[in-house]
Write a protein that binds this ligand. Structure first.
Ligand SMILES: [Zn+2]
Length: 141
């Protein structure tokens, strides 16, 4: 289970809405407690995909390393990545699976007509052949 606190959730939703109709992406930082991951901070990152960004995102390695360093310097862990699906359901696409890594949670936010609609979290397996849904809880401000 992954739980997103109100402040990072607000950052994730407003980043996804403001980049609409392009896909947005970012890092989720926090800590692991007994039975769950708790996201306490979210960092919007640039979508560095060179083509049309309506249905693709890419995170630069440098940006991801910087987010990881920022997490560590605050005593937090990089727990996962979030990205948006403009006018599309919050599912995990084949491309998402190929670009994933098994030790992260991946939250997908569905943005419909520029507004947040729903979200899901996914956990890719070790071979990146499938990603199971993970229970997701978020807090509204
Ligand atoms: Zn996607």
């Amino acid at each position: 289970m992954i739980e997103v606190l109100a402040t990072p959730w607000q950052i994730m939703v407003s980043h996804a809405e403001s980049t609409y109709p392009r896909e947005c992406c970012g890092a989720m930082l926090g800590d692991r407690r007994e039975d769950r991951k708790v996201v306490t901070s979210a960092v919007p990152l640039p979508n560095s995909f060179a083509g049309a960004q309506g249905a693709r995102y890419e995170i630069g390695n440098d940006d991801l390393l910087a987010a990881d360093r920022a997490a560590r310097s605050h005593g937090l862990q990089l727990l996962g990545i979030f990205h948006s699906h403009p006018d599309c359901d919050a599912y995990f696409s084949t491309t998402d699976l190929q670009n994933s890594c098994p030790w992260f949670s991946f939250i997908v936010l569905s943005i419909q007509n520029g507004r947040f609609h729903h979200a899901n979290s996914f956990l890719p397996d070790l071979d990146q052949t499938r990603a199971d849904k993970e229970e997701l809880v978020w807090h509204n401000a």
